[in-house]
Design a protein around this ligand. Structure first.
Ligand SMILES: [Zn+2]
Length: 415
């Protein structure tokens, strides 16, 4: 197998199996807390013997843009996916969660074409189609989700029976087992087919509900740690990354701390003059009520200008910053044609919504709101079970981006 090239980076062919795990919502605080409590022996060992840092994630700190950055080794300006929705020129909301709008191939697809056996296993099926884009499933490669594990076919997924592979029953969509299924399937695949390269992407169901140190979070992380240790014991280079962190977004009395920006803009400029898009919105809103720390505003009428929106939003308590399109794209390497006229970022304790009527907070069911999307959630763990070589040690010291995890796992460690 030869090395492959994608988006300006040369990736060396793996000499040992390389497994990259994306801990969805894996705020660094969960690992810190779990290690401090002695619950995570594998992570503790990786930190001691391998390489550990906190890296800058992709903005907005949502699931799709970050998974796509990780799998393409590039920012959204290159791969095109900057959220779950954007507004096109006709004012229509366009879904960005399919492979159609991706502007880059993936590291997995490049390696599969070069003769490698690769695997992409995700918790939710939504992500599977993007991560599996252009993936040639000949030569034993697989691409499937835990969500639809019971419906896999050889033609579509490269495997006929993923339940048998994982040795687990079909996990519930809202359970920690959905993530554990991904890891168990990856471990069995490593035992049976020994793929050259695997990407295992989990879901943040637990982190949306449970803070670091909470018994459920600790139990979940102890089980993750057990899986990380078993991947290492099978001889893999194990790389841990997260798509985004997670913070408590509630008031002291437990109510969600929300700015309903569309209501405020409608009051100032009139209904229909602006359109707030919450790019965190997807079909699975049960645990965050479609409320995150980053929204986009489009000017639709003529009254509101970007400058006026920035002036209004920028002084709201709980807003970290409000930026025009050009500045947003420059600062966060985002695609201009999918960016709003104004981006509004919340601070660490606040989320931003559209109209109050658009958000169903009953779904929180007594839990404090925990969410992500802003800069406060763009710091993620970057962990390898093997030490870096001299070249990459030097490069890491100058700053790390989460989308470099495949590069570091393939080029940066002694195999
Ligand atoms: Zn996520």
């Amino acid at each position: 197998m030869q090395h492959v090239h994608l988006n300006g980076i040369d990736y060396r062919a793996p000499r040992a199996p390389v497994v990259v795990v994306c801990i969805d919502g894996g705020d660094p605080a969960y690992l810190d807390r779990g290690v401090a409590e002695g619950l995570l022996p594998a992570v503790e060992r990786f930190r001691r013997q391998g390489f550990s840092a906190v890296a800058q994630g992709t903005m907005p700190s949502f699931t799709c843009p970050n998974n796509l950055s990780i799998i393409t080794g590039a920012p959204p300006a290159v791969h095109g996916i900057s959220g779950n929705f954007y507004l096109d020129g006709d004012g229509q909301a366009v879904v960005m969660t399919g492979p159609e709008l991706m502007r880059s191939r993936t590291i997995l697809a490049q390696f599969a074409d070069a003769g490698a056996t690769v695997a992409s296993i995700t918790a939710k099926d939504k992500l599977r189609r993007q991560l599996g884009k252009d993936l040639d499933l000949a030569r034993g490669s697989v691409s499937f989700s835990a969500e639809f594990a019971g419906q896999c076919t050889l033609a579509e997924n490269g495997i006929g029976d993923a339940l048998e592979l994982a040795g687990m029953a079909q996990p519930d969509m809202y359970s920690m087992e959905l993530s554990l299924f991904v890891l168990e399937a990856g471990i069995r695949l490593l035992e049976r087919r020994r793929p050259d390269l695997m990407y295992l992407s989990l879901t943040d169901f637990v982190q949306h509900k449970h803070a670091p140190g909470d018994p459920v979070a600790n139990a979940f992380y102890a089980r993750l740690d057990d899986c990380f240790g078993r991947l290492e014991a099978l001889g893999a280079v194990v790389a841990l990354i997260a798509d985004h962190g997670m913070n408590d977004k509630s008031l002291p009395d437990g109510r969600p701390n929300v700015i309903y920006l569309q209501d405020l803009l409608d009051r100032e400029f009139g209904a229909g003059d602006t359109r707030v898009i919450c790019p965190i919105t997807d079909a699975f809103v049960r645990h965050h009520g479609a409320l995150g720390g980053f929204v986009r505003v489009w000017c639709r009428g003529g009254k509101a200008t970007p400058e006026a929106i920035i002036a209004l939003a920028g002084q709201l308590p709980g807003v970290d910053q409000a930026l025009g399109r050009e500045e947003t794209c420059r600062r966060f390497q985002l695609p201009p044609d999918r960016e709003g006229d104004v981006a509004v970022l919340a601070d660490v304790r606040t989320v931003i919504g559209a109209r109050q009527a658009d958000h169903d907070l009953g779904q929180l069911a007594g839990h404090r709101l925990r969410s992500h999307g802003a800069l406060a959630e763009a710091q993620v763990p970057f962990l390898l079970n093997r030490p870096l070589n001299a070249e990459y040690r030097g490069r890491a010291a100058a700053g790390l981006r989460s989308h470099q995890i495949f590069e570091y796992a393939l080029n940066g460690v002694e195999a």
